[in-house]
Write a protein that binds this ligand. Structure first.
Ligand code: NCD
Ligand code: ZN
Length: 343
């Protein structure tokens, strides 16, 4: 039995760090596990321009401390200035652009109302080699919430990939067998991130003995067969699938509410959570690719020079950390991140 694993330090290719006091509270947890992270731009005032991203990057750096590199994204709107984003990418401020369909999720009201409106921006990004990160759900209220990702592939993503084959696309936080199959078939310009919570839980967990607001996120958990397809994709060794936690903190009282917020804060035990899945699948040898190598390869960045060590050791997860309830609250995980130390 393998009891220790040493990996090049992983990166988180999809995280929500927020701003202000919340940023100060959560950034150290992400920085304790990951060398770099793709920082989502869905602040209350979305990060829509290069200048806003540069200012937000300074705030993230201050909160996370030295040794952590935030990789910034810009939030696409119907009126995005393509030249600004391409210049931001060229100058090293922006790593990618995020597409939120309008009203798909937290702070997405300013998102794109119709993909046709942003085609010139996407074409400019394809020319510049700037990746598009996609929240892949339709917002049509008539589409069943459990089908919104699969319908998005048919209506939006598949036509887009056909029309702009040079555009580099990351299908973020995939939740279905349909998405895993789409990515695998799409070729090397298309990749996907997979969260720990979608690997651990099917939608049954949302209703186990009562409603579980701390397991509510978007895209929502799906059927068991989809979870199994995600595990197969994550442990396949394919460079098209890599780690992205979608850690999305919301104060506990905003989730334990009549209309609770979507998002799971998994940053504090993210690697311990992923390693449990790879261990249960008999695929510990595939964790290094998924966590440490495939993401840098897709983004054209070097693998991190430092290493982290995980060891088999009981790791209790607290019920709360400040105002937040972490993923796996109250459970004891079977692996521990030995270094670097938690804050
Ligand atoms: C995210 C958030 O809270 O910002 N919530 C979530 O459930 N994942 C937004 C998102 O990634 O959809
Ligand atoms: Zn997200």
């Amino acid at each position: 039995m393998t009891d220790t694993l040493t990996l090049p330090q992983p990166d988180d290719w999809h995280v929500h760090l927020r701003d202000g006091a919340m940023l100060a509270a959560v950034a150290p947890f992400t920085a304790a596990q990951f060398a770099r992270a793709i920082v989502m731009p869905n602040l209350r005032e979305p990060v829509t321009t290069t200048a806003l991203a540069a200012a937000y990057r300074d705030r993230v750096r201050a909160a996370a401390g030295p040794g952590f590199t935030p990789l910034m994204t810009a939030y696409l709107t119907d009126t995005t200035d393509a030249a600004d984003l391409v210049a931001g990418h060229r100058d090293g401020v922006l790593t990618a652009v995020k597409l939120y369909p309008a009203n798909a999720t937290t702070n997405s009201a300013a998102g794109v109302t119709d993909i046709a409106r942003v085609m010139p921006v996407l074409a400019a990004m394809a020319d510049a080699g700037m990746p598009l990160l996609v929240h892949g759900e339709v917002t049509d209220a008539e589409v069943d919430i459990f089908d919104r990702e699969a319908v998005f592939i048919d209506r939006v993503l598949s036509p887009l990939a056909e029309r702009l084959p040079e555009l580099r696309i990351v299908f973020e936080h995939i939740t279905t067998a349909d998405a895993a199959a789409f990515v695998a078939d799409a070729g090397p310009n298309v990749a996907a991130t997979i969260t720990p919570h979608h690997l651990h839980h099917s939608r049954n967990a949302l209703f186990a003995g009562g409603i579980r607001p701390h397991l509510y996120c978007l895209p929502v958990l799906k059927r068991e067969r989809h979870r199994l397809a995600l595990i197969a994709a994550a442990t396949s060794g394919s460079p098209q699938f890599f780690l992205g936690t979608d850690s999305a903190p919301h104060a506990a009282y905003t989730k334990e509410a009549a209309c609770g917020c979507a998002g799971i804060w998994n940053a504090p035990f993210a690697l311990e959570s992923y390693v449990a899945v790879f261990d249960a699948a008999g695929a510990l040898d595939k964790l290094e690719g998924f966590a440490s190598r495939h993401g840098p390869a897709f983004y054209g960045l070097p693998v991190n020079p430092d290493t982290v060590k995980l060891e088999r050791a009981p790791t209790p997860v607290p019920d709360r950390i400040g105002d937040l309830v972490p993923f796996h609250a109250g459970e004891t995980l079977a692996w521990r991140l030995v270094s670097p130390l938690l804050p």
